[in-house]
Design a protein around this ligand. Sequence first.
Ligand code: GDP
Length: 437
Amino acid sequence: MSVVAIVGRPNVGKSSLFNRLIGRKLAIVEDIPGVTRDRLYAETEWDGKRFYLVDTGGIESASPHPFQDVIARQVQMALKECDVVIFLLDGKEGVTAGDEAIAEMLRRSSKPVIVAMNKIDNPKREDNVLDAYSLGFHTVMGISVEHGIGIGDLLDSVVSALPDEGEPDGTDDGVIKLSVVGRPNVGKSSLFNRLIGQERAVVSPIPGTTRDTVDVDVRLGDVDVRLMDTAGMRRKSRVDDPLEYYSVVRTLKAIDRSDVSLVLMDATELLTEQDKRLMLHVEERGKGLIIGVNKWDLLPPREDLGDVIRDQIRDQMPTLSYAPLIFLSAKTGRGVHRLPPLVSRVYENRRRRLKTSDLNRLLRDTLEFERMPGDGKGRYLKVYYATQADTVPPTFIFFVNDRDLADRSFTRRLEKHIRALGDFEGSPVRIWFRNRD
Ligand code: GDP
């Protein structure tokens, strides 16, 4: 998925625009540079196109450096990591020297830039919009975030500037795309290095990205794997570095590009909020999911520890119980050999197609005995037939009398039945209901 960044001087309204574009109620944004923000990126959609939006204003508040430097870095990072830049100006002030400086940096890149002049809520300021053309960009518009003026036009311009997405998911070149993701310090780079260190690795730049974003092709056992580059894999960054700030977006992009994601956790600090969010994100994206518990060497040797942790994870993440667990130590190498076959299995499972005869059997034999959900007034859900509409991930459509009758618990039970018919370990399964005409 593409990434769109909002850049501009402090206080031009970046965070307000961010909030407006992600469809949240306008947050109270004080007129103070560097107010703390709770959210720095979000996924949003316009006209059927989805993209990640980044509020680079967060860098200002996170950094102890002088403003000028911070803004320069903010813009440079945006250019490096993003596909489209929204350059926001303040219509009350018109074009300032600070804007000129930013414009110069933006002009040096080939990324599409959309100039939006904010706070254009009275006709007197419209001349300022014309001034903005002097910055040298094609697309210039006046908007008012506060009054909701011009936001739709801005979004139209943004989505028309988005690049075409790369190869669609599911294209099979025989190489399994694997992303290793997780919080900082869980051991991603240690594992990455262990995996590529033991085999000959071929480093391949990703088309359309900067030179230092590279995927690595490696043969692990008898499995060809492409390790997706994620932030902080090969290079450490400081916390106040904008690079760190973009690492979340990079992680999300890596997940998007992969078939299977290994969400790595630290065995001594399991199931943090961030861990859980990442796992749910992988599921939401329909990717294969493996849960990795790293730093196994730090735990006391106890025979039932694996089971205890397994129960704990299943307990806290009940909807992800299909995801296999792997216990390993990137440091000692213990358990790492079990990863490649597991990745390969999850990859296959995510492409699995059930036989129609199996699905029919499910309807005929299993659902016969199932308590069907009803409306409480004597009407019950009836399933007529089912079909597997898709793979990656496996998607099933159940044709019914009234889809509104299908509730969550019934869907969960259906999923269980489907998983009993075929090996879908590690793969999400999608279930849709459709009314039979
Ligand atoms: P990343 O930020 O997720 O890439 O994490 P790193 O790979 O940089 O690891 C963070 C720290 O944890 C480093 O000091 C590693 O040496 C250490 N580490 C990584 N994996 C293991 C492991 O399996 N066991 C132990 N004891 N330490 C580990």
